[in-house]
Ligand binder design. Structure first.
Ligand SMILES: C[S@@+](CC[C@H](N)C(=O)[O-])C[C@H]1O[C@@H](n2cnc3c(N)ncnc32)[C@H](O)[C@@H]1O
Length: 432
């Protein structure tokens, strides 16, 4: 079998790593109890850190247990992707947009990119359940190499589909056809796998319906079940998440919820674990939770974890945990120089006003919130270790102001209250 080699290719080894619990988010208090030892186990988790250490740390508990992994890594574009954080700006005037650090996709060369991708694909393979599926989302920059890597790791016979996602949009290209598709390589771990055809059926094109209604012989003896609909082809059209879409978060290269819906419905069942170790704005965990799946999501940037947390809070969500990974020995991201712009464990002092607590109403109020406040949350009984967030307010996506009052549940008096605030620039401050 042909395989891909490059000068620095080595047999991947998981690194030694551990996960630490940072916080538990109870969306508007749902599921919170005091004292906290009575809290039920929480399978849904959002993890901050390099996914090499995250996946290594998950191996002891999750090897062979994840049913579906969607991976949307940097594409080897050699660009930087800023996040758009302004509100109410004129979308046609990019120079006026308020931008902040998003994520980099910069590499010294293709070898460095392959050194980065290869061990992560191995780890995903190990984490997948025997009937599980991986969808690797890339484009023309690296998908040919990735396909050879996946053939090597999964076996070429495990290629389920090469899905082409097509979309429209402006392009500066004048000397080639506009590049308007991405490629999703779907590989199954085993011969037996989950594929829920009925969950993803689509209505037939009205012309096809008309043709068959007028002439049952049109299909050369094969008559489609027009009422049941068809299993979609391996090319999909979904519009990119554009500026006017309600789902847009401002996080760069955010993928459409409709795309995730289709593959989660096809390749997993209710209650199963769906993972995304490059979760960005959190499209996968959001859709997975909405469809009744459990999720494990991670990203190396604070902005991604923070955006995902805010997005999950828009659902009538279950409580979920936020963890951070610790690599034992330093983690290499091979030239991509990632920074978690504000790690969860290093609160930074910002000039936020102290909120005021009114015991008569159990309300916590921020007078004069800083104009760049993006999010704040409170733990009404801070134990100095795990932040139990029972009330949250996030800056709405439209131009409305952020909520300035958090209503705390009725916890016993004399407990220390702790507040965390996040600025638009992705700096987190803890006031306790
Ligand atoms: C293409 S974006 C994902 C977008 C996402 N699918 C969405 O819908 O918003 C790629 C993401 O991978 C993250 N990333 C890159 N390298 C990583 C690593 N080593 N560990 C964890 N996350 C990483 C980046 O921070 C970025 O958020």
């Amino acid at each position: 079998m042909p395989s891909l080699t490059w000068a620095s290719k080595t047999t991947p080894q998981p690194i030694r790593a551990a996960l630490e619990l940072d916080s538990i988010i109870y969306p508007q208090g749902v599921g919170y109890s005091f004292p906290s030892s009575t809290n039920p186990p929480l399978p849904d988790q959002l993890i901050s850190g390099d996914n090499l250490s995250v996946m290594s740390a998950l191996l002891p508990e999750y090897e062979g247990r994840i049913h579906l992994i969607y991976a949307d890594p940097p594409f080897f574009t050699n660009r930087r992707y800023p996040a758009r954080v302004g509100r109410g700006e004129d979308s046609r005037q990019p120079r006026t947009w308020q931008l902040a650090e998003g994520y980099p996709d910069h590499w010294p060369d293709l070898d460095a990119y392959l050194d980065y991708l290869y061990p992560r694909l191995w780890l995903m393979h190990r984490l997948l359940a025997p009937t599980g599926t991986l969808y690797l989302h890339l484009d023309w920059h690296a998908n040919a190499c990735a396909r050879l890597l996946l053939d090597e790791i999964f076996g070429p016979e495990r290629l389920l589909n090469e899905i082409i996602w097509i979309y429209h949009g402006p392009s500066p290209i004048r000397r080639a056809f506009n590049r308007k598709h991405d490629t999703l390589l779907a590989y199954t771990k085993g011969k037996e796998y989950t594929f829920n055809a009925d969950a993803v059926r689509q209505p037939y094109n009205p012309n096809t319906v008309k043709t068959f209604e007028s002439s049952p012989k049109a299909g050369f003896g094969k008559v489609p079940d027009l009422a049941r609909g068809k299993v979609p082809e391996d090319w999909w059209y979904f519009p990119v998440v554009a500026r006017l879409h309600r789902e847009r978060t401002g996080y760069p290269t955010q993928k459409p919820e409709a795309l995730l819906e289709r593959l989660i419905q096809a390749s997993s069942n209710g209650g199963e674990i769906v993972a995304d170790f490059f979760c960005g704005s959190g499209t996968t965990p959001l859709v997975a939770a909405r469809l009744g799946r459990r999720f494990i999501a991670s990203d190396v940037t604070f902005r991604a974890v923070h955006t995902t947390r805010c997005r999950l809070l828009e659902l009538p969500a279950q409580p979920f945990r936020i963890l951070r990974s610790r690599g034992v020995g330093e983690i290499s991201t091979e030239g991509n120089n990632f920074t978690t712009s504000q790690p969860f464990d290093r609160p930074r002092e910002e000039s936020f006003n102290l909120p005021v607590f009114q015991p008569s109403t159990n309300n916590l109020t921020l007078t004069n919130p800083a104009p760049d406040l993006d999010y704040w949350e409170a733990d009404p009984a801070w134990d100095g270790q795990v932040f139990r967030s029972v009330a949250q307010a996030a800056r709405p996506r439209n131009n409305q102001p952020i909520g300035t009052t958090l209503s705390l549940p009725n916890v016993p008096a004399n407990q220390p209250i702790c507040v965390r605030l996040v600025s638009v620039n992705g700096l987190q401050t803890q006031l306790d």
